[in-house]
Design a protein around this ligand. Structure first.
Ligand code: PHB
Length: 547
């Protein structure tokens, strides 16, 4: 078994003879798509990956079947479900789950952004972000990779580097002077390679390190290591500020005491015994897939998502995935060769490099972007317009829309607002409010008649909202505009809170309201369920804005 610990470079040599070719090619295709920002024409992808077109087609066919890629015309697009791979690493590492709440609390206390990053070869990889809205500088996402010399945590990690690791870093600085391997690094970064060895030595002495506008003018950060029981820096916690509030010196002077308390609390949290992970959740979904499925690719990816705890044995992984030991073993050999798995004492761990497999680019999606393909599907199914809206004060605001024919006299586009009380999406969103807000709304809002059907009685509206809560959908018939009927359902986040509504709008004269409900509600619910499925995977560790 090749040993590829987190601190080692991508393998230069040939794959071991037991490596699984289709898995290597499949992961290469995912990597290429990720580097392209998540979307690429199949011909360009074929060229980038240096593979035969038929191979790329078969790989993409498999990834589409697994829900990891979506075909869109001539393009292949990474789908949010692919974030399952990064989620497996983030969950197994336990870092965001155990330490994230401490980072969030520190961000609240200081009113500055706080992040957690892990060492990844000669880079720094973010595994948690607690950003403040007023932040003016580059905002990195979970999964983003920065060169160690550019970010505050880098000098801390480099303080423990071996001569071989320094050598590898020097090689990279020379071979990639334009930082092409770090697409999220802003173009005006100061880099800091010249002073890096000095800064690493200082970090070793002082126990903390700073980034004085290395990433970007104005951005300052200070980082402390979080060490495990063996003294290894498993991650670093950074406080990120702006020169309009702190220069690097004042940040370092003001922060370390509270940062130190947090880092100490984090180190204590790391000693908590791991919860027993659910076993068997990742059983492969392959039994009746068609012949074009590249089985060994699908099984290799199932081994990745089969990790439920930080370090697992071959037998535990075979048990968790329901795959034969020999299959799991070859997949692990392949994943270790590519640097996605590290092997130590017969135990295997996922490495942070797994986050290169689409996670960082998918973590940049918004809820409307996640919803769009599902709304397109819905509009095609019901042959009417499909939309998504969120609550904006007493209005709804459209955040996504797939129009078919125009039914309304006004043109609806993203950004259009309507009064919530007279729309199906508004009623769903109002019905999803907490008890106090929902009860207060009908009495407070300005319920004007917009058509002769508009419900303007606060008492009646309150009854209708209760009804929507019970039914799980709202049907509104010609209350916003004569001739317009619409039906909406909620979209809920992982905690079950209503964060958006989706609807279908149709002609009121085509059929009865009951007919519309029967014809549309099942597909509408299916679309909302698909959106929620993607949203829940995407938000397990990343923040996805609702608009
Ligand atoms: C960040 O969390 O965005 C961050 C952390 C450390 C840096 C720069 C940015 O040096």
């Amino acid at each position: 078994m090749t040993e590829a610990t987190t601190g080692e470079a991508l393998p230069a040599g040939d794959p071991p003879k037991e490596a699984v070719g289709p898995l290597i090619r499949g992961l290469a295709v995912i990597r290429r798509l990720s580097l392209a920002g998540g979307r690429r024409t199949v011909s360009d992808l074929t060229r980038d990956a240096g593979l035969a077109r038929s191979t790329v087609d078969r790989v993409l066919g498999t990834l589409v079947r697994l829900g990891y890629v979506r075909p869109a015309g001539r393009d292949a697009v990474l789908a949010p479900a692919l974030m399952e791979l990064g989620n497996a690493y983030l969950a197994a590492s336990r870092l965001p789950g155990l330490l994230g709440p401490y980072a969030d609390r520190l961000a609240d206390e200081l009113d500055e952004s706080v992040s957690l990053a892990v060492p990844d070869a000669d880079g720094v990889r973010f595994v948690h972000q607690a950003p403040r809205r007023r932040r003016m500088t580059a905002v990195f996402r979970v999964g983003d990779l920065l060169p160690a010399e550019c970010a505050a945590p880098g000098a801390l990690f480099a303080a423990d580097w071996s001569p071989a690791q320094w050598e590898r870093w020097r090689l990279r600085v020379v071979s990639d002077p334009g930082y092409a391997g770090f697409p999220v690094l802003p173009p005006d970064s100061a880099h800091g390679a010249d002073s890096f060895e000095d800064r690493a030595a200082q970090a070793r002495q002082k126990g903390w390190s700073a980034d004085d506008q290395l990433i970007e003018p104005g951005l300052v950060a200070v980082a402390l290591p979080v060490r495990d029981a063996t003294g290894r820096a498993v991650c670093a916690v950074s406080v990120v500020s702006h020169t309009s509030r702190h220069d690097a010196a004042s940040l370092c002077a003001a922060m370390p005491p509270r940062l130190r308390e947090t880092a100490a609390a984090m180190e204590h949290a790391l000693t908590a015994p791991p919860a027993l992970g659910p076993v068997g959740t990742a059983r492969t979904r392959l039994s009746d897939e068609g012949p074009e499925l590249v089985e060994s690719l699908a099984r290799g990816l199932a081994v990745l998502t089969g990790f439920t705890t930080a370090a697992m044995s071959l037998s535990a992984l075979a048990e968790a995935t329901g795959l034969p030991r020999a299959t799991v073993r070859r997949a692990l050999i392949t994943l270790a060769h590519l640097g996605y798995v590290a092997a130590e004492d017969r135990l295997f761990r996922l490495t942070p490099r797994v986050l290169d497999l689409g996670y960082a680019c998918l973590a940049r999606l918004t809820l409307p972007q996640i919803a769009q393909p599902h709304l397109t599907w819905l509009a095609g199914e019901v042959r009417d317009s499909a939309s998504m809206a969120i609550l904006a004060g007493d209005d709804i605001r459209y955040v996504a829309r797939v129009p078919t024919e125009r039914i309304m006299s006004v043109d609806i586009t993203v950004g259009t607002r309507f009064p919530a009380y007279a729309t199906s999406m508004g009623r769903v969103l109002l019905a999803g409010l907490g008890d106090a807000d929902r009860a207060a709304y009908p009495a407070r809002a300005d319920l004007r008649p917009l058509t002769r059907h508009t419900v303007t009685s606060p008492v009646r509206l309150a009854e209708l909202l209760d009804q929507v809560r019970r039914d799980g959908y709202a049907l509104v018939d010609q209350e916003l505009e004569e001739g317009l009927r619409s039906i909406a359902v909620p979209v809920r986040d992982r905690a079950g809170e209503v964060v958006a509504a989706v609807n279908v709008s149709t002609h009121a004269h085509r059929q009865t309201a009951e007919g519309t409900r029967e014809a549309v509600l099942p597909q509408l619910r299916e679309a909302a369920a698909r959106i929620e499925h993607d949203l829940h995977i995407a938000t397990r560790f990343a923040r996805i804005p609702t608009a």
